[in-house]
Design a protein around this ligand. Sequence first.
Ligand code: NDP
Length: 286
Amino acid sequence: MSQAQIIDGKLLALEIEGHIAKEVEEFKTKIGFAPGLAVVRVGNDEASKVYVRNKELACKRVGFHSEHHHVPETISENDLLKIIQALNKDSKIHGILVQLPLPKHISESKVIDTIIPEKDADGFHPMNMGNLLIGKPGTLPCTPYGVIKMLESTGVSLEGKDAVVVGRSNIVGKPAALLLLQKSMTVTIAHSKTKNLAEVVGRSDVVIAAVGKAKMISGEWIKPGAIVIDVGINRLPDGKLSGDVDFEEAKKRAAFITPVPGGVGPMTIAMLLQNTLECAQKYYKL
Ligand code: NDP
């Protein structure tokens, strides 16, 4: 039985980092210092700690200036907003990211709105989201941006094909669907109230899974020859990571599939670096 080709997110991310590192050298020659990314982390959430560490390491690999602002869980919303406002004015910093989730007493949307759109490395600011909706240039949310790069890497023509995005969050599902629409695909957005998900997935040439439930998309649902991009990251009882798709079964039917780990995760970080570089280049009109 033929097996799907694996879209190797680690390898693709390394290639993108290689391009970014070259651009950083050129930037430094022209401007005199490196693009800078500030990551703000609130509290001691273990997963956030790992994500931020990975982002810092990636910054080092491409030669960025990086700052990690770690503040206690008890910080007031106002004090957090003041840190962001100071970073907005800091000339060494071109991209700002506040690691989510935040403690309950802090409004995520206030925090996102406070980062100026020009330094919004995550692409979550309403201005950048609005630009995405109407097809104007802006900063794209990192994960959906990575998803598109992975689709492009297959070399398969997407125009006119059927796609389903399972999940409608503001940070993954909705922007991913908009980017697929920009690729002239016919896009369905599925969510927890969708009826007959198996049938919707079964007629889709491209499946983007962004739910957060291990293996909830059965391999048997996948249309033979489909491209499957699995955004989900779920911890199994044995400690291993799993995506939202039953990878072992799905790869028997799909033409291309992303693994978890080693798929969308590394690409999200690569696109964060890309966004920061682009923010810095735009600031200096390079
Ligand atoms: P959210 O929890 O914000 O959204 C989940 C979505 O899944 C919701 O729209 C929900 O529908 C939908 N959903 C829930 N149950 C079902 C169901 N049974 N059938 C169909 N749809 C369902 O999650 P995120 O978008 O933030 O993240 C999704 C996954 O991606 C998570 O595992 C997360 O860890 C991972 N992730 C990975 C990243 C990476 O870099 N690889 C980056 C970001 C996220 P409804 O709206 O109706 O509730």
